[in-house]
Design a protein around this ligand. Structure first.
Ligand code: AMP
Length: 304
């Protein structure tokens, strides 16, 4: 596996591969890799002859300096995992290589969708994400780029950017990989102590609860969102940033949920901020659903 640290070298390598007729898959990451990242690599390997992965903790997408400082980093471990996974090249640039004119150089401005949810709680986050992703696209020059559905709003923003700026590549969304107890894999999970790791499972129970209620016929998005919130608020050590039901395309709250609607959660567990989401019409998390509703809260016995 090649380890490449400069933009010019990766562009040259990518052009060589293209000249040979290779299809190029690209997986951008911030490192501290886990099975979720590797599932994106696997998808890229299926569709392409060459796979490039970037490992870069992008400072411009962190609005909180302590979050950036605490972000886990272990490049040697990451590189070993990527080599094992059959990756052709890992791109591991320094901050100066990615921002040659400094952090306040030319930036992309994310569209209005960036102002809600993650964008509201992390001002400037999506401008930073899109700017670095655009530079990475122009460096790796991929045919296909792979992003996780776990970061649902990010995936939607990248799709919008690729359409708006006519990047000649396909964006491929990949399902969220979870631990056996349901917790979505995340680089941040390593920072959860044992008690907080347990508290974090409330996110999965809350998402499971929306799927259970939807399957039982509930469509009122406000009622579904309240159910999510109740599960989270009942759990000690969990501070909710948002817990909402949104339309999968507009990210606006619908009156009535449909099967594609997303339940989105962001919450701080101890000092670790976690996000997770699922389709309300899915069934993958139903078995993690919260305790059944009390008869008083469920007069028609729908959930009994
Ligand atoms: P990150 O390193 O956290 O920036 O993530 C890099 C890519 O991996 C993003 O496209 C994420 O959405 C994706 N990703 C993160 N966690 C998971 C997961 N548990 N399952 C699938 N993809 C994931």
């Amino acid at each position: 596996m090649l380890v490449i640290e400069t933009v010019a070298e990766l562009q040259a390598q990518s052009r060589d591969w293209r000249r040979d007729g290779d299809g190029i898959g690209f997986v951008p990451t911030m490192g501290a890799l886990h099975e979720g990242h590797l599932s994106l690599v696997e998808a890229a390997r299926r569709d392409n002859t060459r796979v490039i992965v970037s490992v870069f903790v992008n400072p411009t997408q962190f609005n909180d300096k302590s979050d950036l400082a605490a972000y886990p980093r272990d490049f040697n471990r990451d590189a070993a995992m990527l080599d094992e996974a059959g990756v052709d090249a890992v791109f591991h640039p320094g901050v100066d290589e990615m921002y040659p004119s400094g952090l306040l150089a030319t930036r992309l401005a994310a569209p209005p969708l960036a102002e809600v949810l993650e964008g509201e709680h992390r001002p400037g986050h999506f401008d930073g994400v899109l700017t670095v992703v655009a530079r990475l696209f122009n460096t790796a020059i991929p045919d296909r780029a792979y992003f996780g559905e776990k970061d649902a709003q990010q995936l939607a923003m990248v799709r919008a950017m690729v359409a708006d700026l006519a990047f000649p590549l396909e964006v491929v969304g990949c399902p969220t990989l979870r631990e056996t107890d349901g917790l979505a894999m995340s680089s941040r999970n390593t920072r959860l102590g044992p008690a907080d790791r347990e508290h974090a499972l409330a996110l999965v129970r809350a998402l499971g609860e929306t799927q259970r209620r939807f399957a039982a016929g509930e469509r009122d998005a406000t009622a579904l969102a309240s159910a999510v919130l109740r599960v989270l608020e009942d759990e000690p050590g969990v501070a909710v940033d948002y817990a909402v039901i949104v339309n999968a395309d507009s990210f606006a709250p619908p009156v009535d949920a449909d099967a594609r609607s997303l339940a989105l959660i962001a919450a701080r567990v101890g000092d670790v901020r976690l996000i997770d989401n699922s389709r309300v019409g899915g069934a993958d998390l139903i078995h993690f659903a919260a305790e059944r509703s009390t008869p008083a809260a469920d007069p028609q016995g729908v959930f009994a």
